[in-house]
Write a protein that binds this ligand. Sequence first.
Ligand SMILES: [Mg+2]
Length: 232
Amino acid sequence: MKNRYLFFDMDDTLVKCSGYFYDVEEIVAKKFSEFNKEYSVEEIRKKFNDRQIENIEEHGYGPDNFKYSLMQVGSEIVGYDFFKYDLAGFISQTAQRLYDSPLELLDGVEDTIKYLYEKGYEMYIITKGSKEVQTDRFNRLPIRSYFKKYYVVKHKLKKDYEEIIELHKFNPIDCFMIGNSPKGDINEAKLAGLNTIYVPNEYTWQPEEEQIIEIEPVTYRAQKFSDIKSIL
Ligand SMILES: [Mg+2]
């Protein structure tokens, strides 16, 4: 079979993820704005977002960086009351759901993955973030048995794809990368010569958004996850 190797992104492609971050951010931003009325909830959210991006290099992707950035911004905006009212404790408690929440498969994922597995595709996951957090998430993934292996990388760059492809001695043209991030899942994979399928998600984190580059091989666009069946 041609194109028999499929690589999937995990967060917001197979499972719900950013939606949970969005909810926690909302609760915490509202709390901070009660302490400092000079900032609207939207302004606080913007600050969180900018801070998270600044902190990626040091703290990576995922809930740890998210929590740390909330604490930093909170202590700046709220000042002394941040410590007086233990808002750090409030953040930790609110953000705990990011670690505990069950992995909820997105629409059509279970059926489609099962179908592809039965068709004989060899399937892998490539996810980025902290090794510990993502390993735990993978282990809680109800469909994990369909995947041959998973990889956690620090960023998703062209070289990360090249390394993984090289490790397996695959030809990039026999591989597909499938994901919701135009930047990490699509463009960087394209630069490494893989085929790509873009599956948009309404909560895709803003730094992951960019224009899909117009180089061969052409990127397929799935309106919904189950469209992958007819694309492959
Ligand atoms: Mg994703």
